[in-house]
Design a protein. Structure first.
Length: 363
């Protein structure tokens, strides 16, 4: 793993950070904490910087910058406490390319919007019922979605024990958006999905679309944790109590310093998982349990960050006066969108045990 800074990623990060700095948060403390979806300010910044082309292979009209570019985008969106309009399109694009569905990629490049739902059901398995039907499947259940209302709904599910992505076009019968509250959910009642629209290679061999999506989400959570930490450090450095800055008191300073170390460790896990995934894509190898472990660690880091920073900022941290509140509300939902950390760790443990059984030694 090359630990040197990539100059291209530095330029990309600067451009994204400059653009996202102008994204304003919705006022108040109720409703969705971010403006998500294709019409969001963050989506406009991504469009202006041509983010949709970063990971797209050159032979498909993209820039071919690889997963590391997607990590940079995801991390900067989190750091700015923005919604994440990038992850759904990136995930569906990966799955469509793997399945040879260039028509879906072309639709997304032409401006079609997409939302992904059901990723948390892949670890729990009790939120979604999949039944075989004539020339396809039927979906029933209520699952979380990363945006409300879209031209295409991509539902993660298990078909015959394997992860798959079911594509449901707008106007299909049997599903209803619940976008009036946050987090968004979608209710599915016997939604028919044609066999052609069930992308069965979604899980892949560890380097597939699902692994990459988990790594991007880990980077997004890492960005949220980083932004929340910076906001808390700034606030405690200006707020004075008992004659000194809050940050100068050991009860506040030590936990924040400990979390700074946690952030560095989590960043190493996330970027190592991405490096392993890219190496696996190039050589035919597998990143093992790296993506799942990185996502679980990032989720736990963000959850702990929310607890400590809200305690450090006090009552004002629970109001819109302090920016840490915006991160806190995202931290209440985002760490669980791809499965609870405990479920992810169990999945990682099962993967490591399977590797031991396969080769007779630890992975």
């Amino acid at each position: 793993m090359d630990l040197r800074t990539d100059p291209l990623q530095v330029q990309l990060r600067r451009a994204l950070r400059a653009g996202l700095a102008g994204v304003t948060a919705p006022p108040g403390v109720r409703g969705a904490p971010v403006q998500d979806g294709p019409a969001s300010p963050a989506a406009r910044v991504l469009a202006e910087t041509s983010a949709a082309l970063y990971e797209l292979p050159a032979d498909s009209g993209g820039l071919g910058l690889g997963l590391m570019a997607g990590l940079t985008v995801s991390e900067e969106l989190g750091r700015a406490a923005c919604g994440n309009p990038y992850r759904a399109a990136a995930l569906v694009t990966d799955a469509a390319l793997l399945a040879g569905r260039k028509d879906i990629v072309d639709d997304l490049r032409a401006g079609a919007t997409v939302a992904v739902a059901g990723l948390e059901s892949l670890t729990r398995g009790d939120d979604l019922t999949v039944r075989g039907a004539d020339d396809g499947i039927e979906l029933t259940g209520t699952v979380a979605a990363d945006a409300g209302g879209a031209d295409l709904l991509a539902v993660a599910c298990r078909v015959r024990g394997s992860a798959a992505l079911a594509l449901v076009p707008a106007g299909s019968s049997g599903y209803k958006w619940h976008g009036e509250s946050w987090p968004y959910t979608v209710e599915l009642t016997g939604v028919p999905v044609a066999a052609r629209d069930v992308l069965r290679r979604f899980g892949g061999d560890g380097c597939g679309p699902l692994a990459k999506a988990r790594i991007r989400q880990a980077a997004y959570l890492l960005g949220l944790a980083t932004g929340m930490h910076l906001a808390a450090v700034r606030y405690t450095g200006t707020r004075r109590q008992f004659g000194s800055r809050l940050r100068d008191q050991q009860a506040v300073a030590f936990p924040l310093a400990h979390l700074a170390a946690e952030l560095r460790a989590t960043r190493m896990l996330v970027y190592r998982a991405a490096w392993l995934a890219e190496q696996g894509s190039a050589t035919g190898g597998r990143p093992g349990t790296g993506p799942v472990e990185a996502l679980a660690a990032a989720a736990e880091t963000l959850t702990e960050m929310a607890r400590v920073t809200m305690q450090a900022c006090g009552a004002r941290g629970m109001t819109s006066e302090v920016s840490v509140h915006r991160y806190y509300r995202l931290a209440a939902v985002e760490p669980f969108c791809y499965g609870r950390p405990s479920d992810l760790w169990r999945l990682a443990g099962a993967g490591r045990l399977a590797a031991v059984d396969a080769v007779g030694q630890p992975a």
